[in-house]
Write a new protein. Structure first.
Length: 316
């Protein structure tokens, strides 16, 4: 009876509230203005660094550990006697490290989908409020008003917790920052799959084909090379087959993530993960592709044999 009763219940109040937030359009005008402002900041290559391309996943969740950790530690010290100076120092460290974490967060936020951005805006507002409380806490502690400083610190910690819960919702429920192409190689069966006639592929233009119902992007180059990548962009699942081919790379039409055709490596953000790439070959005028197995490639190559063939080239 207990399980039956649970099955009849809907989502909890908190989850329902956040789900409603995803669908509320009232702040969309502000969201558009903020997105334009964030994208207009001349960060250059620093933008990719803030996205975390060098790390292989978003850097913002890593950076927020410092202010959250120092503020949590300050709260513990506030409950102990004789720790005034240490607690104030921790509050100050949290304030200093909150700024770069926020910059990375806003950089990621500007490249999300609308529902994610709506939740992200409230997430940012909670964190801004927390920073304001902690700035007041640090000022009060510096003037010797430790009781006020502690109260403001605990208020800030509550807002940090609320903001963190919304950040978790974005990451785990809305898949913000997740690799949206990671599952592709696991959905395609082993072995070679036909992708159609070579003559039917346009030169230099990406087209969509399917391997075991999984969409892939196919590009035929003038020199005879054929490249196959997962069509679903690793950043936010944009269709690479609708993108632009430039200098041996494909640029996603949604947010501009750029991937090398030869191996799927992400050469430009906001994508932080490379794109799954497939081995290709030409058999009787037809293009075939298979999931690329790096371990098998090294084994077949053997010592001194170099790289094996079939990586984005035609072979008989």
């Amino acid at each position: 009876m207990g399980f039956m009763d649970m099955s009849r219940k809907g989502p909890g109040r908190i989850l329902s509230a956040v789900d409603r937030l995803e669908r509320r359009p009232e702040a969309d005008g502000l969201i558009d203005a903020l997105r334009r402002a964030v994208r207009a900041v001349p960060l250059g290559r620093g933008r990719d660094a803030l996205h975390g391309r060098w790390l292989g996943h978003p850097v913002h969740p890593l950076m927020v550990q410092v202010p959250i950790g120092t503020w949590m530690s300050a709260a513990v010290l506030d409950l102990l006697p004789g720790q005034r100076r240490a607690a104030r120092a921790l509050v100050g460290v949290g304030l200093m490290t909150a700024l770069p974490a926020a910059v990375a967060g806003w950089t990621d936020w500007a490249e999300l989908r609308r529902p994610q951005m709506r939740v992200g805006l409230v997430h940012a507002a909670a964190n801004i409020g927390a920073v304001a409380f902690y700035a007041g806490s640090f000022a009060a502690r510096s003037r010797g008003r430790d009781g006020r400083g502690k109260a403001l610190g605990f208020a800030g910690l509550c807002l940090v917790g609320a903001g963190g819960a919304l950040g978790g919702h974005m990451a785990y429920r809305q898949a913000s920052g997740a690799n949206h192409a990671e599952q592709v190689p696991h959905l395609v069966k082993p072995g070679w799959h036909s992708l159609g006639e070579l003559a039917g592929l346009p030169l230099g233009k990406p087209v969509r084909r399917h391997m075991d119902e999984v969409p892939v992007m196919v590009v035929r180059e003038a020199g005879g090379a054929v490249h196959v990548l997962a069509d679903q962009c690793s950043h936010m699942a944009g269709p690479l087959s609708e993108g632009e081919i430039v200098d041996g790379c494909v640029r996603c039409p949604w947010h501009g993530s750029t991937f090398r055709l030869s191996d799927g490596w992400n050469v430009g953000g906001p994508a932080t993960a490379p794109q799954p790439a497939f081995d290709t070959r030409i058999v009787d005028g037809r293009v075939e592709a298979r999931v690329r197995n790096l371990d098998l490639d090294l084994e077949e190559a053997g010592p001194g044999n170099g790289h094996r063939t079939g990586r984005g080239i035609g072979e008989g």
